[in-house]
Design a protein around this ligand. Structure first.
Ligand code: PEP
Ligand code: MG
Length: 769
């Protein structure tokens, strides 16, 4: 929470009735000041006096943010009066600057020994030892800092910090009124730069978009912080919570475009947060201490925010954003506003810029004219990213200070492919991007015309194009792309956005829904590939030096057989009456396959014993990802129903080249002699054993790579949804036999890469790449 040094024991935050009464009295006095006469400066002077007296502090000071990120001492009780409007600290300078920079409270019994302590002689503060300070926050912005100091080393308790935070909210209203620092100057402290700028972030959803920025700040002006009628406020809160929950349900029902499935999980988790007793309890407690319902939500929201800044674990951080999103919503309901910016205020097309955003908030905009999204936070597994994917909205996340550097109306380019945001680009860059967007739109329209056409080469080679998926949402892409089925369903992906491991019933329901969505098409489930870069926060896991080569995938499954059995049980139940294709990841030896098969066998027997409907058929496959399998192929192929090459892992182990290391991303080219030789060998052995072979690594989704794979003999490729169109276009323009002949000529060249030869070939033979 806060950096509290040495809390005395037994001082549980917010627990004592005495504390609640004292807080109420203090808030009442402050309300009197706020409603009373006098200038803003006079009221601030009175406020610091009351705080010092009520909180038994020798000093209380208010610092207010001025242009250029400078905190100016605006009022003090206890420090030398001549320091007022003279003492100034930059954000990050001294303890006050530190509080502003981190937007987090700080409480120190011995402030002067803190490395950031900055002594200002004009204040006379050398005699004060302890310090407690909180940021003055409003709408996520730090408007100033409120500090109390004591002469003797004092241990401030958690509930004292909470009280000071509540008071800071009242001061925030005073600062935001624009009477202390004029609004123009406040706006300048947002940076005020108008030059073109490039900001780097993280790719949350690929794609390119350009448009004017709309800053998303869920603005709810809190007009009254302190409540007269506590019971009345509690009732308002209850009603708003109920209304919000109803609205979330309605959002699910009315959100078209997503199809049935994943959004329910997302909104369910979200709804679970909305019913979270801890969260609602803390809001209730704040109402009980005398705040209005809006102010109570704000207080808990600010606390959540400051907690968020401390959490580094991305999954937990994302869940906290859901809470923040809910707080915004609840405030809007309390204020009688409908969530989001009114449609009439939005430009025809726009780029939304937000600090963070919850899935429901994006759903509010998804049907409007949003073209792209820029977030200061977020991760690829964030719910908002998942929803954005479903709507094909490019998103760049973790763009530092986006909301400060981008002003409403600025032209912004969201380049999701390169994880970049361009602000106020020059006219020629804008034109270039607009032309690229238009060309992509045209190309997409062309791919759509291919959707129902077969993937057959000019010389009659039929290719099965399947989809790689990881969420139920992705399955909607089957009909959108015309893919014939799902070649790889990464079952671990839905678990990354959950808060706990699902039980068998949950898993069964999930797989049943997957079957429902694919209709009669085939779907290949891969058992959990957790570990590596896919760590589930709720599953005990120790850090490893080489996680990609560590305890992951089938290794975890076999060491934790109960978990794998539960998944297999759920798959068998979910597949009732359907064909069950199941493949095991990261198999390194036949014994592992046999151990996994034995577990599947036990679960299949159980289905029969329990009298449940079994799958129509069960087909077992193996992912070829670990090179050791290459020398066990004849024996392996006899034992399985299909083999699937996962080049993402296979290549990293073959070349000893970390697939996640950007420095090595272009180091080796799979279009080179060793890979081609490997594929030829695997194809020949699968052919000899009559075992179906497919490829589901990313390689299969690049048209030029797919072109080579088909010429070599691959007939089944499983690719991401946006690769289906381009790969099909390539297939329909290819003469596979002719290219096979050319590969015989160049395939063994010892060059670093054969790519340029192949590009030239495609150009000369009008292959659509
Ligand atoms: C692969 O390794 O190629 C593969 C498809 O599996 P993942 O990318 O999920 O590791
Ligand atoms: Mg893999």
């Amino acid at each position: 929470m806060s950096d509290v040094v040495g809390n005395p024991p037994g001082d549980a935050p917010g627990s004592s009735l005495g504390h609640v009464t004292a807080t109420r009295r203090l808030l009442r006095r402050l309300r009197g000041i706020m409603a009373g006469s006098g200038s803003a400066q006079e009221r601030l002077d009175r406020i610091v006096r009351v705080i010092a007296a009520e909180m038994v502090a020798e000093v209380c000071s208010a610092y207010v943010m001025r242009a250029g990120e400078v905190l100016e001492l605006f009022a003090t009780e206890g420090l030398r009066p001549e320091a007022v409007h003279r003492t100034r600290l930059r954000v990050g300078e001294g303890l006050v600057g530190l509080i502003a920079a981190n937007a987090r409270p700080l409480a120190l019994a011995d402030a002067q020994s803190h490395p950031d302590f900055a002594y200002r002689p004009e204040t006379g503060e050398e005699v004060y030892h302890s310090l407690m300070g909180v940021p003055i926050l409003r709408g996520g912005r730090v408007l100033g800092v409120l500090v109390v100091q004591n002469r003797t080393p004092r241990h401030y308790a958690e509930d004292e910090i909470e009280v000071l935070q509540t008071i800071a909210m009242i001061v925030a209203e005073l600062v935001a009124s624009g009477e202390l620092v004029n609004p123009l100057e406040m706006a300048q402290s947002r940076g005020g730069v108008s030059l073109p700028m490039r900001l780097d972030g993280v790719r949350l959803n690929p794609g390119l978009a350009v448009g004017p920025a709309v800053l998303y700040e869920p603005k709810v002006v809190i007009r009254q912080v302190v409540a007269e009628d506590v019971a009345g406020e509690q009732k308002r809160l209850r009603q708003a919570v109920a209304a919000m929950q109803q609205a979330i349900d309605a959002l699910v029902d009315t959100s078209h475009g997503l199809g049935p499935g994943e959004h329910r999980d997302i909104i369910e988790t979200y709804r679970m947060f909305a019913a979270d007793r801890g969260w609602l309890g803390r809001i209730n407690e704040a109402v009980r201490s005398g705040l209005t319902a809006e102010a109570a939500v704000q207080k808990v929201r600010d606390e959540t925010r400051s907690r968020m800044m401390q959490v580094t674990e991305p999954y937990l951080r994302e869940r906290l954003f859901d809470l923040e999103d809910l707080a915004n919503r609840l405030q809007q309901f309390l204020a009688g506003q409908s969530p989001g910016i009114a449609a009439a205020e939005l430009p025809a097309e726009f780029i939304l810029v937000a600090h963070s955003m919850g899935p429901a908030e994006l759903l509010d905009y998804a049907h409007r004219r949003i073209r792209g999204l820029v977030l200061e936070e977020g991760s690829p597994t964030a719910h908002v990213a998942i929803v954005a994917r479903a709507f094909d909205i490019p998103v760049v996340g973790r763009v530092a200070e986006a909301t400060r550097r981008i002003d409403g109306g600025d032209i912004v380019i969201v380049d999701g492919d390169h994880a970049q945001v361009l602000i106020r680009p020059s006219a020629d860059i804008q034109q270039g991007v607009a032309a690229t967007v238009a060309a992509r739109t045209r190309r997409r329209a062309y791919y759509e015309t291919l959707r129902d056409l077969p993937a057959v080469t000019r010389d009659g080679v039929e290719v099965k194009l399947l989809l790689n998926a990881g969420l139920l949402l992705d399955l909607a892409q089957l009909s959108a792309t015309g893919a014939e089925g799902v070649g790889l369903f990464r079952t671990e992906i839905p678990l990354l956005t959950r808060h706990a491991f699902p039980d068998v019933a949950d898993q069964t329901e999930f797989y049943r829904r997957a079957y429902e969505q694919v209709e009669e098409r085939p779907i290949v489930f891969r058992t959990l590939d957790i570990g590596g870069d896919k760590v589930l926060p709720y599953l005990a896991h120790t850090a490893e030096d080489n996680p990609a080569m560590g305890w992951r995938a089938i290794r975890i499954g076999l060491d934790r057989p109960a978990m794998l059995r539960q998944q297999l049980r759920a798959l068998l139940r979910g597949a009732a009456g359907r064909d069950l294709f199941v493949k095991f990841p990261m198999i390194a030896e036949i014994a592992e396959l046999e151990a996994a098969r034995a577990l599947l066998g036990k679960e299949a027997t159980r289905i029969t014993v329990e009298g449940r409907e079994p799958p129509r058929s069960i087909k077992i496959g193996v992912m070829l990802e670990v090179p050791s399998l290459l020398w066990q192929l004849p024996a392996l192929l006899k034992r399985i129903d299909f083999l699937s090459i996962g080049t993402n892992d296979l290549a990293q182990f073959l070349y000893a080249c970390d697939r996640g290391n950007p420095r090595l991303a272009d180091r080796y080219d799979l279009l080179s002699a060793p890979m081609l030789a490997l594929f030829r060998d695997v194809i020949a052995k699968c052919h000899a054993a009559d075992t179906p072979l497919s490829m589901c690594g990313e390689m299969a989704g690049n048209p030029i790579e797919a072109m080579v794979l088909i010429a070599l003999g691959f007939r089944t490729l499983s690719v991401t949804a946006n690769a289906v169109g381009p790969v099909k276009a390539m297939i329909r323009s290819l003469d596979a036999g002719a290219l096979a002949g050319y590969l015989d000529e160049i395939g063994e060249r010892p060059d670093h890469s054969l790519r340029r030869w192949l590009e030239a070939y495609a150009r000369d033979h009008a292959v659509a790449l």
